[in-house]
Design a protein. Structure first.
Length: 135
């Protein structure tokens, strides 16, 4: 004959397992970068946009992806900085370093076009939009 505590413990155990599983799934989702993208996905998206907008060569595409991945990972870490001023300073510094790296891969015309893309995206983000240019 089952006691009252035995019949209660099985559903409680199952509930605890389900709760733990849901918590694990949710915490894994929050471990990704803002927008739900991993560093690799963000770098791929940036590279694809640059490939289309700047007409990258296959060699440039490979190099640009490596740069985008490197800075996507670093920027993810910088976004974790609690102090707003320090976080902004770190992100600005990383963006300048990234620009320097890209300048070594892109032609002068491509780099000018890249800078215009960045400015356009900043303007859209300030207006509540963001993302690559719409065609």
């Amino acid at each position: 004959m089952k006691t009252k505590s035995q019949s209660f413990s099985r559903p409680l155990f199952i509930f605890s397992l389900v709760t733990a599983w849901v918590s694990l799934c949710i915490s894994t989702g929050f471990a990704q970068q803002p927008g739900g993208l991993s560093a690799e996905d963000r770098a791929k998206r940036q590279t694809d946009m640059m490939k289309n907008e700047l007409k990258l060569t296959p060699d440039q595409e490979t190099k640009v992806y490596a740069i985008n991945l490197k800075y996507s990972q670093k920027m993810h870490d910088a976004r974790e900085i609690a102090d707003t001023t320090a976080r902004r300073k770190s992100l600005d510094s990383l963006n300048k370093q990234k620009d320097t790296d890209l300048k070594g891969v892109l032609t002068p015309d491509q780099f000018k076009s890249y800078q215009k893309l960045v400015e356009d995206m900043k303007a859209r983000r300030q207006q509540g939009g963001g993302g690559p240019p719409q065609r």
